[in-house]
Design a protein around this ligand. Structure first.
Ligand SMILES: [Cu+2]
Length: 566
């Protein structure tokens, strides 16, 4: 009963919000990638600025940014910048064994006091700066600190590849909450040979055929044959309690330009009880996170959350819990195989334990086998990172995702594409085809029941009339992938099977448009899946649904070019 009421309330809110959501989502098509700056020398600054939220709020925050132009950006994306303050901080991209130097300038207001950075998992060396004349201590509880206006330098060797967090080591309950956190990505020194064989080779051939650019930072996440990947994204999860931010803002204003070290030149912000109102992925809330990387509307929130992938691509999901709460991150469409936690590969037995096995990319390898869990829900844990491998092929749907059918028709030439199963059952030998990596066992199985299906027994489902699917751009759309998807999704209003020769779809024969969550290109015929927090409270923005930790993942059929530079 209570649940019913709650659902009703949510659906009413959703109805009221629908026009607003539509306005927000009519932005340019956005893609994601895992953008960052390259080292191994980084000059960062900690500064204050305002973070934009979809309800119109601009929340006073602190963040790390670039102190000067960085050595480089990776990958190359449109409009890339490194502002003096951003949340999350710039992603620091380095190679294994590099000697990394990070110099931090404390550009926070004087009243905010000292600040610092921790690099958990690395052996950091640092020489604490001499105390300032004002007497501010430079040796904090956890690491050397920079006084307001001062700098501190940290040096460490990027001893092992993987995804790591960095964050403030000073007054963490306040400074991390205010936004002082970011990611370090360490790329392996060498790439395992099998990353360019098997399915990875076929994916590269498909990419070349369709003219797609490779936006990966590497071809493997680790020095391990089971860690090759075809695409990658980084997601940093955190939440914000605006009462803390407002207190900090008011106290900073009241003590503007106070003398460092003098009595009263400090903050006394209450960080408990904790009641976050904003739930962020990469510093943005839904739907803002689906706008492009480096979008001008978010000068201090440059990183987005809008993953795309093609069927069969092994997608590396780098995730860090940067907030104070654990968040149940659920990736719809498939489970996630955990590869590593905090840069530690999850292996079975000793490193020396060597067996022969097949990698997720379909190639033979030998070495210590991976032992990570296959997870329905991948919790983010505060301060902890995980790397996982996700892929989607449509296997097990029990219908043909491309709408192929056994009745050949000149009206629908793509409907006769072949599907030749490899040893694993996929159409992997056809990198030039729209249905590359189709799961052949479901080939030619239409989704619709007779008379609209093409098999005598009908398909597994009857499609609804499109007239009932009027939820703006937030509707499921055609059940088919590919350039011909809307043509294939003929509705029960059709007088006859539109693909029965020789009739083309008639005027009575309404078809479903593709599944879209934004004003995506007309050529995009993908499926959208929600990737979100499974805590309903966290898919709100300041208590209004939908918002918060909610992004859309798009599976785009192979002919659609995923351009992550946009
Ligand atoms: Cu879910």
């Amino acid at each position: 009963m209570r649940e019913m009421t709650m659902k009703k309330a949510i659906s009413q809110v959703a109805h009221i919000l629908a026009p607003i959501v539509l306005v927000f989502s009519l932005s340019a098509t956005a893609f994601a990638a895992a953008p960052g700056i390259t080292g191994p020398t980084f000059n960062l600054t900690a500064q204050q600025a305002y973070l934009n939220q979809p309800d119109g709020e601009a929340v006073y925050s602190w963040g790390y940014g670039c102190n000067g132009t960085p050595a480089g950006f990776a990958p190359t994306l449109n409009g890339q910048t490194c502002p003096t303050m951003q949340v999350p901080g710039p992603t620091l991209i380095v190679h294994e064994n590099a000697v990394v130097t990070v110099t931090l300038l404390n550009g926070l207001p004087n009243a905010a006091g000292n600040t610092s950075i921790l690099f958990p998992g690395f052996n950091v060396t640092t020489t604490c700066p001499a105390s300032t004349a004002a007497g501010a201590p430079q040796q904090g509880l956890l690491t050397c600190e920079a006084a307001p206006g001062g700098t501190v330098t940290y040096t460490f060797t990027a001893s092992a590849p993987g995804t790591h967090a960095y964050y403030s080591g000073t007054q963490g309950d306040l400074q991390i909450e205010m936004g002082l956190y970011g990611a370090v990505i360490v790329l392996p020194a060498s790439v395992p040979a099998n990353c360019t064989t098997g399915y990875h080779a076929a994916n590269l051939a498909a990419e070349a055929h369709w003219g797609e650019t490779d936006f990966r930072l590497s071809q493997a996440a680790y020095d391990h044959p089971g860690s090759c990947y075809d695409r990658e994204y980084l997601f940093q999860w955190a939440e914000m309690d605006t009462r803390i931010h407002r207190q900090a803002q008011a106290q900073v204003a009241a003590r503007a330009n106070c003398t460092v070290g003098s009595a009263g030149c400090s903050l006394d912000v209450q960080t408990e009880p904790y009641h976050p109102a904003y739930f962020l992925i990469n510093g943005r809330s839904m739907p803002d996170l689906m706008d492009p990387n480096f979008a001008g509307e978010y000068p201090h929130q440059p990183y987005n959350g809008n993953p795309h992938m093609h069927p069969g691509e092994l997608t590396l999901i780098r995730t860090i819990g940067q907030g104070r709460w654990q968040h149940p991150f659920h990736e719809h469409a498939n489970h996630v195989r955990i590869l590593a936690r905090d840069g530690n590969l999850v292996l079975s037995g000793a490193i020396a334990n060597t067996i022969s096995y097949n990698t997720p990319g379909g190639t033979a390898a030998s070495g210590p086998p991976l032992a990570g869990l296959l997870m329905f829900n991948t919790d983010t844990t505060p301060g902890e990172a995980f790397d996982g491998i996700f892929y989607f092929t449509g296997r097990g749907l029990n219908w043909d995702p491309y709408g192929h059918h056994p009745v050949s028709s000149t009206n629908d030439p793509l409907a006769t594409l072949p599907c030749t199963p490899d040893a694993n059952g996929y159409n992997s030998g056809a990198p030039n085809a729209v249905n590359f990596m189709e799961w052949c066992q479901d080939h030619n199985k239409p989704v619709q029941v007779a008379p609209f299906g093409d098999v005598a027994a009908g398909g597994p489902a009857t499609l609804p009339d499109p007239n009932v699917l009027t939820n703006g751009q937030w509707y499921g759309g055609t059940p088919y992938l590919g350039p011909d998807a809307s043509l294939r999704a003929a509705m029960p209003t059709c007088a006859a099977n539109p693909y029965g020769t020789p009739n083309p779809p008639s005027a009575n024969c309404t078809t479903l448009l593709p599944s879209n969550t934004q004003a995506n290109p007309a050529s995009e015929r993908g499926w959208a899946f929600m990737w979100h927090s499974h805590n309903e409270r966290e898919i709100t923005t300041n208590n209004v649904f939908p918002g918060g930790m909610l992004m859309m993942m798009l599976v785009d059929s192979r002919e659609f070019v995923i351009d992550e530079s946009l």
